[in-house]
Ligand binder design. Sequence first.
Ligand code: ATP
Ligand code: MG
Length: 236
Amino acid sequence: MDPEMEDLVQLRGRTASAAIMGGTFDPIHYGHLVAAEAARVKFQLDKVFFVPNRQPPHKKDYQVTAAKHRYQMTVLATITNPHFYVSRIELDRPAPSYTIDTLRSVKELLGSKTQVFFISGADAILDILTWKDVDEVMEMCYFIAATRPGYRLEELGRRLGYLLKKYSHKVFCVEVPALAISSTDIRERVTQNRPIKYLLPESVENYIYKYELYKRAGSTLKTHVAQELKGNEVKD
Ligand code: ATP
Ligand code: MG
């Protein structure tokens, strides 16, 4: 049997399963949503909790958008999926956000019969090496790493070294076709008045324009609309 399938069989018999999809979601986009949905389907997850973080420990090089906006965009983006939920757990706790604290709270909330998964992009799982209490985190949950098509666990293994050797039975992969989308790219596009259509749900796109997020100081919704209408001046 495919070793990945063997691991999946081990998970059978669980009463319920839930996953945490942590992130800054500044803004949430189709990469996040496709990854979460692919993981939900593959691992038959009952619920996926999107958990926007307050101040990511590793992300201090730019001004993260107000928690209120990131939370509301995450709610808008997930509203159409009956399995998706948004949790304020990290937003309501003083910064910085540590995964270990979130896992402890979620496990307490869901009870011992619920199997907990943590969904992350293959890039973020590499950051795990620097997470607080990594051994305890790995003991508490299963990891689902969203990878590019063709970028399998072996490649992660090469890069994660000892950690994956120790926890290979707890880390699974799911292939996601929309991996090239990133919040950084979306923020830059908005700042440069370039289109973001089809990279994220329309409701989130409209929210960004309504609250003029990611705009350079002095740039307004009016100038964005003018640029869009002019067409020939819009890059891409
Ligand atoms: P930024 O560019 O600001 O870092 P991001 O697009 O990476 O934003 P995050 O909020 O940092 O988004 O990511 C939250 C989680 O979603 C991380 O685990 C990240 O690896 C994962 N992720 C982000 N983009 C994708 C994508 N396109 N496909 C799959 N997973 C993704
Ligand atoms: Mg990121």
